[in-house]
Structures are given as C-alpha cells and as structure tokens.
Design a protein around this ligand. Structure first.
Ligand code: B3K
Ligand code: ZN
Length: 858
C-alpha cells in the first residue's frame, strides 16, 4: 500500500456542487444510482475524472444522460473521460450490505441498514471523489420494503414520502448544507424514536429524535437531556446555533467507534445512547453526555467547517474534544473532569507518543487514515488548543474562535487556518507555538527551585524526545500555571502563568525568606512530563493543602509514583520502604478524613496511578514487578486504613440512589474502599462486596462489587458472575461488561478465563463492542497480558490474525499493545516482537494492520 503525504496535497480538478442518490434497499442487495453534477475547476485541463471506489464494479455509467463506454477502472478507482467544463455523470452500483463485516460504507446491523463513511467509507457505496475538500449538497431518494424498513432516514430534512402498491415505500431527503461525502448517512430499519424539541437562541424550533430498537426507548431519556444541554451550551459558550429544523440520532449495536457526526443524522454506538440506573454506571452516564456533546459540537467544528485533507484531522477532532471537555466540566465537577481527562491522556497518549507509533497531532504521512484516529490527534490535539486558551485567557480565546467560525464557515480548512484565526482574533503571536503541530513526543520539563537571598529562583529546562522520523526537536512554548506556598503560613499570594518559550529559562520571585513550596502545572496547563527533585514533605504538604484540586491530586500521584517506580526498578533501599509507605498512608488517611472534600474528588484522590502510567516512567520495565509493588502498597494501605475504609464504606452505603453529585460521589468512594480492602483483607472484602452486589439498586454499585469479586478467590465470585449473566443475558451492553470485568480482573487465572470466554456462545468477532470488551480489556490488564511465557501476546496476535479479514479497522487497534515491546525487559520484548513478526508474515494483511505492524517493527 502506498504512502500518502501531506506535502503532496493538490486540490481536486472538479467541483461537485450537487449529488443525487437513489437507493433501492435490500439487506443482501442494495442498488445505488448516483447522479453527480460536475464543474471543471479554473485552470484545469484534464480530460478525465477519477472517482474513488472500494470493492465496487459499475453496473452502468452515463455521461450527460447517455450510456457511456468511455470509462475504465484503475485499480479500484473509476476513470471517466470528460472534455467539457460541465457534465452530469450517473453511475449505478450494486452492493451487499449483509456481507459488509468491515462496518464501513453501507452495512446491515441487527436487521437494519446503516452507514459509516468517515474517513473513506463512501467509496464503498458509490464511485465518488471521496476526499473532504469536495463539498456537495445531497438529495437522497430511497425505497424499500415497508415492513422490513419502516423508518427511512438521511441527512437534512425529509421533503417527501410515499407508498407503492407492491409493499414498498419511499422517502426523499434534502440536505441544504454542502458537505463532504464522509458526512453522508442513511439509516433504514425498524426503529422507534423519543421525540423532543429545542428552541434555539434565535427562536427557531428544532425537532429532535433519538432512534433505537423497539424495547430500548425507555433508556433514551439521558441521551435526549444530554443533547438539549449540548445545544444550549454551544450557544452560551461558543455562540453556535444549530442550523437545520431536524436533528436525529440513531443507535446501532455494530459500530467500529463511539459515534459519528453525520450532518443532521448522527449515528451512535448503542453504548453511548442507552442508559438507565439498572444497566448503566455513573461512568456510562458521563460518557454518554460527553459523546452526545462531542458529536453535536462537530456540527460547527467539523461540518460547517470541515478539513481540507485528512492530515488536518485534529482541526476538527482536537478542537471538538476540547469543546466536549469544557462542556462536561461545566455540567459536572470541573476538577474531577480535568483529572479524568489527564488520566486518559497519560494512559493512552503518553505511551503512544513515546513508542513506535508516535506522530504529531498533524501527521505528515499515512498509509491508512483509520490508523490516525488516535489519542494523539484527539486528546493531545485538545491539549494543544487548551494551551492556547490558557495563554490568552477564555475571552480572547473566544474571540479567536469567533473569527475562525466567521472566516472559514462553509470551507474545508487547515490547522494553519485555525492557528491564524486564533492569532488574529486573540491578538497573539503563535509562531513558535506552531511547533506543537509539527513535532511529536511528550516534552520533559526539568524543574529546580533555588533560594537566592530573599528570592526564589525557578530554573526550567525542556527537552523534546526524538520520535520516529524526527530525531532533532526544537523547544516549544510550555505554559505553566504555578503558585509558591510560603512555608511558614502555608498560603500563597496568588497563582500566575509562566511560559517557558526556549530550551531553558529562569524566573525570579522576590519576597521569600526561605525556599517556598512549589505547586507547578496547576490544572495541567501543559501536556508535558515533569522531572523535579522535590522533598517528600513538600509533596505531603501539597497533597493535603494545595488549593488547586488538580495539583493536589498530582502531589498524591507523585508520592506514589516516586515510591513504586523506585521499588519496581530495584532502586529502593529496603530501609526506605517503611518511611515512604508511611508518608503515602498519611496522605491517603488525610484524604479519607478531609471534611472539606466532596466524595467525587475524594474518590479521584484515592485512585492509585495505573500500571501503564508507572511503566511509562521507566525506560524499560518488568510488569510483574510493578504489579507486585502496586498490589503490595494497596494491601498495606488497606490494612493501615482499614477502620477508616470500613467506616467510609458503611457511610456511603447509607446514601440512597440518585444521580446527584453527592450520591454519585458516595458510590465512587464505596467501591474504592472495597478495592483497598480486597487487597488487605480478601475474605472480609468478599463478604462486603457480595452484600453490596445483592443490595445494589443501580449498575454502578453492582458492577463495582462484581469488579472486586472477580479479582478474588471466593465462592461469591462464581455465584455473582452467574447471577449477573442470568440477570442481564438479554442486554448486550451489560453482557459486554460481564466479559470485560473478567478480562481485566486481578485474578491470577485471568488469562484462562479469557480463553474460556472466547469460546462462550455469546462471544463473536463480528461485533466490535464484544471484541473490545474481551480483548481490549485483556490487553490492558498487565499481569495477564504480560505473563512471562508470552501466552498473552500470542492470544492477541491470534486475535489480530483472525479479526483482520473480518474487520481490519478494529483488528489494527490491537497492534499497539504489542508494539510497545521495546519498553519491556529483554525476554518479554523478544516474545512480543516475535508475535508481531508472526502477524507480519501472514499471507494477506489489510492495509490497516500492515501499516501498524510495519511501524511497530521498524
Ligand atoms: N468522526 C468520528 C470518527 C470516525 C472514525 C473513522 N474511522 C467520530 C468522532 O470523532 O466524533
Ligand atoms: Zn470527533
């Protein structure tokens, strides 16, 4: 497969102002007639047009109304000879949606038909210039069996519908907003809707519909409320109003990702729509609100302004992730949301940025664009824009965004367009800042605080590590919000933002008789790693007293990270262990006792740094050693704080169910308490967890209890797993949880459980949610995946080989866990590499998997 490069971008020869699509729907056979109006672009002399296809053969081709023979296939593309400046071409194709297991293009899911076109799925429906810079208005006509497809949906507004005598019916849809093909959508099937309305800031009434399978309707209330909150928030926070009379969301159970922002017709994974207290956790509720917001916000950041080419993906994704993060911050607890987002960044993006798949948020080259829907493009992309916002402040940032929306509305834009709009609108020079778009790698900032007479001097230096294809890096502006705590009073005189522009710099702060305590990168203003030599007492102080919740969390984490990495790496003198544990115990004890903390925040502070994040701190690591040290610390803390944890569990258990912050906080600390107790006193914890399971009136408590039980050796484990399965056997989303809990469990035999579950009648490679719930959960379970004999690696390689022919996009997602081989001890590294080589040697690999394996071995 060829390499596609950003520098090779050329505009397309032809404009396609209008597209008319006519679908004759059938699960096994759908016929598509596409009529494209074509206008030659200025200065173009070509005598042909290239239309992308993927797995299609043309049934008929007409040019200007006449059947034509002047076409040819070039690979999977269709080339048509065209000499004039304006033409109309009409192409008929025939496709089999039921055979489409890739879930790209038009496919069947659960008896209904639906589409996924981003990034390059439209070319699996009809021949088309399938690139985001070709914008067209679409008219869609579809007809199909009335009983099989009672509901017919597409983008925009429904303009006409009717019935035929032969049992079929039809509908016509028109989307007045020009869009690229990747935003096209069609859905046909037996669906029911929750309807509601939203009145926009200019008093336009928008009809809202959330479409699901009959039976799922009473689990759509939260999604609908989330949608209305999103629409209101985008008006308030960004001045963005919705622009059609209709907004539909459809939930489908077979879907490669979370959701898709098709114009006026979002298609969602059921996981991000369906919720009620019995079947969805608090985390699920939050995720639904976040994803509904995300897809809705794309209407402006993505649809009204789209991307010129796929290298600009972060233009829409980074910005839209930032927008959904800010939305969720405003809807719930701002600091807790920030901590969660940083945790995701550190556990998913930092490892990507330090491994063989590292790439800038605006990549320079790819073979398969699906491989670049990454934590880097999405989450680091959001962090980069958040830094601009931190530097100029929210008001000036808003002015920059306003200018961006105004300047580029209706266009296919670039990241450079965005940065320039922020520069002009917010009045700031971002020349150096642009390096964040072109350089990969997580900068490391080294920090030293020095006392000089009556002043504290802060010395900062940065280093951006080498990444594949980028051996030498230049420094990037790093904005750091800081505060200096006076040691005597324990207070600070206000925080400030400093920006490290160069490789190194020193900042002088007058008026400190003794060296202050430094609180740094408050709110996580910069996505960097910090290397600082800080006294344990100072971390303890910050963990107990920092008024910035994120910095307080960070101090807790640092205390634990410092201890566990040294211990796992064999650098900890045994004599130092008790003192370090005691410091962590005091800090955690303080968190449990602090009446000034709400439980949502307390729950965050109780979560130990993940094994992945710990491993990330070491050049190479032994996952078994990290696991043993982390579990050992947990057991020690659980033992040391047993009374407080038991009391907390009892207190939280008395809080009745509701969705308000207090009750959610109670549920969070309740299960966190069990997690520690399970490590310290497994029998006692098993009893408590079983009780929590039995008395649960919501999924958060029930899943939390079962999660703890799956890690233990107890008769309750078996009983509750069976009970859970029987209770929810008809609900695939909950059965996904059942698979995932076992695959990610602390149980020593987790890998055996995974092998058995792969043979369970409910397991299938055809449903991405199910595949992820078993195998992604497993690949993220270090003690099981990294078993020293390499069996875990073999399991994932086998999965990749089995899944690749069915669903390459999802298969390729399993390569990165093996691709991290260089970061493990030599024995494991060799085994991991060996499995990658085995995959590479397969006779036929998809472009998706091939690219990821090639980069991982390279
Ligand atoms: N834009 C889609 C992602 C499409 C991924 C295609 N492989 C969802 C989102 O980010 O909102
Ligand atoms: Zn998105």
């Amino acid at each position: 497969p060829p390499i596609i490069r950003r520098e090779d971008y050329r505009p397309f020869d032809w404009a396609v102002p209008e597209v008319a699509l006519d679908f004759t729907l059938g699960l096994q056979a759908t016929q598509v007639r596409a009529r494209l109006s074509l206008r030659r672009n200025e200065g173009v002399t070509a005598d042909r047009i290239r239309l992308n296809g993927d797995g299609l053969t043309p049934v008929a081709v007409k040019v200007d109304g006449e059947a034509s023979n002047s076409w040819a296939m070039d690979g999977s593309d269709l080339i048509i000879a065209l000499n004039g400046d304006m033409h109309e071409v009409e192409i008929t194709t025939a496709i089999n949606p039921a055979a489409n297991s890739q879930l790209m293009g038009l496919y069947a899911s659960n008896g209904m038909l639906c589409t996924q076109c981003e990034a390059e799925g439209f070319r699996r429906i009809t021949f088309f210039p399938d690139r985001p810079d070709v914008l067209s208005t679409y008219r869609v006509h579809m007809s199909g069996d009335k009983t099989q497809f009672p509901v017919l949906l597409s983008n925009g507004n429904c303009t006409a519908k009717g019935e035929a005598a032969d049992g079929t019916h039809w509908a016509e849809w028109h989307d007045p907003w020009p869009k690229p093909a990747y935003l096209f959508a069609l859905v046909a099937g037996e669906l029911v809707a929750r309807h509601d309305q939203f009145t926009t800031m200019n008093d336009r009434v928008v009809d809202l519909g959330i479409w699901v399978r009959p039976g799922d309707l009473d689990r759509t209330e939260h999604a609908m409320e989330s949608l209305k909150r999103s629409m209101k928030w985008d008006e308030d926070a960004f001045g963005r109003e919705y622009d059609l009379d209709l907004f539909n969301i459809v939930a489908v159970s077979d879907f490669n990702m979370g959701a898709m922002e098709n114009k006026g017709l979002n298609v969602f994974n059921t996981k991000y729509v369906l919720a009620d207290a019995e079947t969805a956790t608090d985390g699920d509720y939050d995720a639904i609100e976040g994803v509904i917001g995300h897809e809705y916000f794309h209407n402006w950041s993505g649809n009204r302004i789209t991307c010129r080419d796929w290298f600009q993906l972060s233009l829409k994704e980074g910005f839209t992730v930032l927008r959904d993060q800010l939305f969720s911050q405003d809807m719930g607890s701002e600091p807790v949301k920030r901590i969660e987002d940083v945790r995701v960044l550190r556990s998913a993006q930092f490892p990507e940025d330090s491994g063989p798949l590292a790439h800038p948020i605006r990549p320079d080259a790819y073979r398969e664009i699906s491989n670049f829907y990454t934590a880097t493009v999405y989450n680091k992309g959001a962090e980069v824009i958040r830094m601009m916002r931190s530097i100029v402040g929210p008001e000036r940032f808003r002015a920059g965004c306003d200018l961006y929306f105004e300047r580029h509305d209706g266009e296919a834009a670039t990241c450079e367009d965005f940065v320039r709009a922020i520069e002009d609108g917010a009045k700031i020079d971002l020349t150096l800042f642009r390096r964040w778009y072109s350089q990969a790698g997580t900068p490391k900032v080294t920090v030293r605080l020095e006392q000089d007479g009556d002043a504290a001097v802060l010395h900062l230096a940065q280093q951006v590590p080498a990444t594949p294809g980028q051996p030498d890096k230049q420094p990037m502006p790093v904005p750091l919000r800081i505060a200096l705590f006076d040691r005597a009073s324990g207070t600070h005189a206000g925080e400030r933002l400093i920006v490290l522009e160069d490789g190194s710099a020193s900042f002088r702060f007058e008026g400190f008789a003794e060296r202050p305590i430094l609180s740094l990168n408050r709110g996580f203003t910069a996505p960097v790693s910090i290397d600082r030599d800080v006294a344990r007492e100072d971390l303890e102080f910050l963990a107990a007293h920092d008024d910035d919740p994120f910095a307080r969390y960070e101090a807790m984490q640092d205390l634990v990270v410092g201890h566990l990495t040294a211990a796992a790496d064999g650098r900890l003198a045994e004599g130092d262990r008790p003192g370090q544990r005691a410091a962590i115990g005091r800090a955690l004890g303080g968190v449990l006792a602090d009446a000034g903390l709400d439980d949502l925040m307390r729950g965050e502070l109780m979560i130990l740094p993940s094994q992945t994040y710990l491993a990330e701190q070491l050049a190479t690591s032994d996952p078994a050693a990290i696991h043993a040290e982390r579990e050992g610390l947990k057991a020690w803390l659980g033992h040391e704080l047993q009374d407080a944890l038991l009391a907390m569990h009892a207190r939280a258990s008395a809080v009745p169910f509701s969705l308000d912050a207090e009750a959610r906080g109670a549920r969070k600390v309740k299960t966190q308490a069990l997690v520690y107790l399970a490590a310290a006193a497994p029998d006692r914890a098993a009893e408590l967890a079983a009780e929590q399971y039995d008395s649960a009136d919501n999924m958060t408590d029930r899943q939390g209890a079962l999660m703890v039980l799956t890690g233990l050796e107890s008769p309750h484990r078996t009983h509750k797993l069976i009970d859970f399965y029987n209770r929810y056997r008809d609900n695939p989303l909950v059965i996904d949880k059942w698979f995932a809990l076992q695959a990610q469990s602390l149980h020593p035999q987790a890998i055996e459980h995974v092998k058995a579950l792969a043979l369970h009648p409910d397991f299938t490679l055809r449903n991405p949610n199910r595949v992820r719930s078993l195998y992604m959960a497993f690949a993220a379970n270090p003690h099981a995946f990294h078993k020293p004999d390499g069996e875990g690696y073999r399991l994932i390689a086998d999965l990749i080989l089995a899944l690749d022919p069915i669903n390459p996009q999802t298969a390729a997602r399993f390569v990165p866990p093996l691709g991290r081989w260089r970061r493990f001890d030599a024995a494991r590294a060799a085994l991991m590499r060996g499995e990658l080589e085995r995959v590479a040697a397969a006779e036929k690999l998809s472009r998706d998997t091939f690219e990821q394996v090639e980069r991982s071995l390279g």
